[in-house]
Design a protein around this ligand. Structure first.
Ligand SMILES: [Mg+2]
Length: 162
């Protein structure tokens, strides 16, 4: 995620980053903050971005993790449904055309972003340790991606309207 070219995104008119939590900004069920990610998140404001977390996580600890990162959070976002992503854009007061959904999973973050009509950025997961149902989706994503597994930012796309 820290490989994202913020200056290029800003130049393209993106002003808000909607960040997945689990395995994008922190490991599963951990309030541990990776220093590099803490610094990257702190750099967003000065670089001209608003940011918030958009997580499918329904556990209470999601609020502790958001507080630790100093960001607002939309929990229980139910990605790939678009509603949580729309709520995040409304909460930040930013039009969808200026939002980018950033996450590590194609079938939640990226599909959700596309359905919500925002820019999407697929990033490499922080850790390979996933919950059971995530592993199934990972297998599907691996099949979908084929041999295209570059490091860092793995794909950038734009949603189709909405
Ligand atoms: Mg994730």
């Amino acid at each position: 995620m820290t490989a994202i070219d913020l200056a290029a995104l800003r130049a393209e008119g993106i002003t808000a980053l909607l960040l997945d939590v689990d395995n994008t900004v922190s490991p599963h069920h951990s309030t541990e903050l990776i220093p590099e990610i803490r610094e990257w998140i702190a750099s967003l404001g000065p670089a001209g971005f608003r940011a918030c977390l958009v997580s499918n996580n329904w556990h209470d600890d999601i609020h502790d993790r958001a507080a630790a990162l100093g960001l607002p959070v939309i929990p229980k976002a139910a990605k790939p449904l678009p509603f949580g992503i729309w709520r995040a854009a409304r909460m930040l007061g930013v039009p969808r055309s200026e939002c980018a959904m950033v996450g590590d999973q194609i079938f939640t973050d990226i599909l959700g972003g596309r359905l919500a009509g925002v820019r999407t950025i697929l990033v490499e997961p922080l850790t390979p340790s996933d919950m059971g149902h995530t592993k199934v989706l990972r297998a599907l994503e691996t099949a979908h991606n084929g041999r295209q597994t570059p490091r860092g930012v793995t794909g950038i796309g734009r949603g189709s309207g909405g």
